[in-house]
Design a protein around this ligand. Structure first.
Ligand SMILES: Cc1cc2nc3c(=O)[nH]c(=O)nc-3n(C[C@H](O)[C@H](O)[C@H](O)COP(=O)(O)O)c2cc1C
Length: 485
């Protein structure tokens, strides 16, 4: 080794015995790109957020449950930290935009086991707001495909939530409503036709407004409409195939169309789609079954397990004001029956949320506040996987939920927006070593370390289940419930 004399720097070079500077041995290692991708993208050696080889990282021999892969119908989701669907109010007549490409694409680089595109309307009048995502036309396919291809190029999994907003369609995007209020607007939440609304074409099971004077007055779906809607779901499924999605979730929660049909309070129909429970569940189940037959990849259903009306209406199975129905409001007992029926027609996973259909609901918001619903369903319905969502923000909290067997996967929403690196941080906290994106490896040297074991896999206490009074108090201290979108 000699000091490099050629340029007087402190660089070190190697000389041969005759004094000549040796050429470096040439490295025959290309920075391999993803084959077939339209631009150069470095290949990721394995899925981002998946466990690294346990021969090199012995702690991964007994990994945290959060990083155990899950295979459904041949699709392997490389961990159980999943991104919940989140409306972005950023589409152009239903078409995905650059916002979606960056928003979802960046998740693909951060190690989530699954990414879900927001509630996407199968018919234009099924959007929540004018700028909602849509899949009612073939022109929507290309925008989704570009995103799907990018996620796949990073070895990620991506699917889409298919939706119809029912009587809660045609409302202002949240920040548009906030700005309107800031400017003194005291009127409804329904955009005019000039700004993209469809106040006179909002369709629900019955002519009952979500919030009279603020939300649209819905038209009751006719039998022709129901027929058209089923076809729209099937057409959407064909478009999902063309876009290359890995799974579909049916949105049956949060007071949107299928939840409205399911609840005795919002469904007052007298035809075969209303009245007793069997009739109220008919439309969601018919659609689920049609999609199941047309789609052989994983199929999920998001449900609102309860409208939290015990303190308002009394027991779920009680005196209904509708004499054809023995149920008073929508709650966990009926949700369990619905889930069993969904399982029997081959739905792979129930994504358990709550609320959204009745403003009187008294929701005990706090960390893990919906886990007990998931846990109940998991105990009572055996042939379906269960996902849980709702203020899950900590690695140990998520791990505890899975270790207790309350759910098979956790879905996060707002935490993804605050901390897109959550899966890799969670791995670090739980002591597992998982793959970062190759481009970001240098930021994760504290996580990619060899250990003998992960953090003790025993249950941690204190954060998992916050129920009752404490949960209610936290409502005021922490975040507000935002499941209604
Ligand atoms: C910005 C935003 C948009 C949302 N959009 C949807 C949606 O499209 N579909 C849906 O089922 N839930 C939606 N939700 C609800 C979330 O998926 C999730 O159930 C809820 O936020 C609770 O989870 P978190 O506490 O992790 O945020 C949305 C939530 C947020 C914050």
């Amino acid at each position: 080794m000699t000091k490099d004399a050629s340029n007087g720097t402190l660089g070190i070079s190697q000389s041969t015995p005759n004094g000549q500077v040796a050429a470096p041995e040439i490295a025959p290692f290309p920075n391999v790109g993803v084959p077939g991708y339209p631009t150069f993208l470095p290949q990721q050696p394995q899925a981002i957020g998946s466990l690294l080889d346990s021969d090199k990282f012995p702690q991964n021999k007994r990994p945290p449950k959060l990083f155990e892969p899950l295979t459904i119908r041949g699709q392997t989701f490389h961990n159980r930290a999943w991104v919940a669907p989140m409306c972005q109010y950023s589409s152009d007549n239903g078409h995905a935009t650059d916002h979606h490409f960056v928003h979802l694409g960046s998740m693909a680089m951060r190690g989530w086991g699954l990414i879900m595109v927001e509630a996407t309307a199968v018919v234009p009048e099924g959007r929540i707001s004018p700028e909602d995502s849509g899949i009612w036309d073939d022109s929507h396919i290309a925008g989704f495909k570009r995103i799907v291809d990018f996620v796949h190029a990073h070895r990620g999994k991506i699917g889409i939530q298919l939706a119809h907003a029912g009587r809660k369609a045609s409302t202002l995007a949240p920040w548009v409503e906030r700005i309107a209020h800031d400017e003194g607007w005291d009127g409804g939440s329904v955009p005019s036709e000039q700004v993209g609304g469809w106040p006179n074409n909002v369709v629900g099971p019955s002519e009952i407004s979500f919030q009279p004077g603020k939300y649209p007055n819905p038209i009751a779906a006719t039998s022709e409409y129901i027929k058209k809607l089923k076809q729209a779901y099937l057409d959407a499924v064909e478009r999902c195939k063309k876009a290359g999605f890995d799974f579909i979730e049916i949105h049956g929660a949060h007071g949107y169309l299928f939840h409205e049909f399911a609840s005795p309070l919002t469904n007052r129909r007298t035809d075969e789609y209303g009245g007793n429970l069997e009739n109220r569940l008919r439309l969601p189940l018919e659609v689920a079954e049609l999609i199941r037959k047309a789609w052989d990849k994983p199929l999920f259903y998001r449900v609102s397990a309860s409208d939290w009306l015990e303190n308002v209406e009394g027991p779920e199975k009680g005196a209904s004001s509708n004499e054809k129905d023995e149920w008073a409001w929508w709650g966990l007992e009926q949700t369990t029956i619905l889930t069993q029926k969904l399982a029997d027609i081959g739905i792979d996973l129930i994504d358990v949320s709550s609320g959204g259909n009745d403003l009187r609901g008294q929701i005990a918001v706090g960390p893990s506040y919906q886990v007990h619903f998931a846990s109940h369903i998991k105990k009572h319905v055996k042939n379906i996987l269960v996902g849980t969502v709702g203020i899950i923000t900590e690695a140990h909290q998520a791990e505890d939920i899975l270790l207790r067997g309350d759910a098979d996967v956790v879905l996060l929403a707002r935490q993804v927006l605050r901390d897109i690196d959550w899966p890799l941080e969670a791995a670090q906290e739980l002591g597992a070593a998982v793959a970062p994106a190759v481009q970001y490896e240098r930021a994760w040297s504290r996580m990619v370390v060899k250990r003998e074991t992960c953090t003790s896999p025993k249950l941690h206490t204190g954060i998992s289940l916050v129920e009752g009074e404490e949960g209610r108090q936290r409502k005021h201290r922490s975040e507000s419930h935002s499941d209604s979108k």
